[in-house]
Design a protein around this ligand. Structure first.
Ligand code: HEM
Length: 125
């Protein structure tokens, strides 16, 4: 990202991360593989994801300031995360990035950065 600064800045800062999260979760909820894992009231999840992605993309450390060390893999152990579910999650994210108008190069870069954690969270064959 050195050529562009942070992903956070390249996407367009706080309003863009907000729009991204709002485009992402309706897709997640509709997805047959991952939708059933999430609670009906998605708003608290969206808020945490907004805070987490903000810092993951290089913006202010909103999530850690509120919740401490993210320990994201551990937080996902309560759910059966398979390779197929990681791919579904990333697929929803790629569509959300497209929906909010992120151009292909930045979209691919962002998905690549999220692929590391997504496959790292796989805990079920
Ligand atoms: C690999 C596939 C993934 C699946 C199936 C998945 C699923 C879930 C589920 C079911 C929750 C709990 C929702 C609840 O509160 O009941 C959750 C929480 C969360 N996930 Fe994921 N997730 C995945 C990948 C990711 C990735 C790649 C990230 C970020 C890089 C991420 C970030 C978060 C965050 C920030 C939370 C909220 C944690 C908290 O409670 O503080 N997830 N995820």
């Amino acid at each position: 990202m050195s050529k562009y600064g942070t992903i956070y800045e390249a996407l367009g800062g706080a309003p863009a991360v907000r729009r991204l999260v709002e485009a992402f979760y309706p897709r997640v909820q509709k997805h047959p593989l991952i939708g059933p894992l999430f609670p009906e009231d998605i708003n608290p999840v969206m808020e945490k994801q907004y805070m987490f992605l903000t810092q993951f993309f290089g913006g202010p450390s909103l999530y850690s300031d509120e919740y401490g060390h993210p320990m994201m893999r551990a937080r996902h152990l309560a759910f059966e995360v398979t390779k197929e579910r990681a791919e579904a999650w990333l697929g929803c994210m790629e569509e959300a990035l497209e929906e909010i108008g992120v151009e292909p190069e930045l979209r691919q870069f962002t998905i690549q950065r999220l692929s590391g954690p997504a496959f790292h969270f796989v805990n079920t064959p």
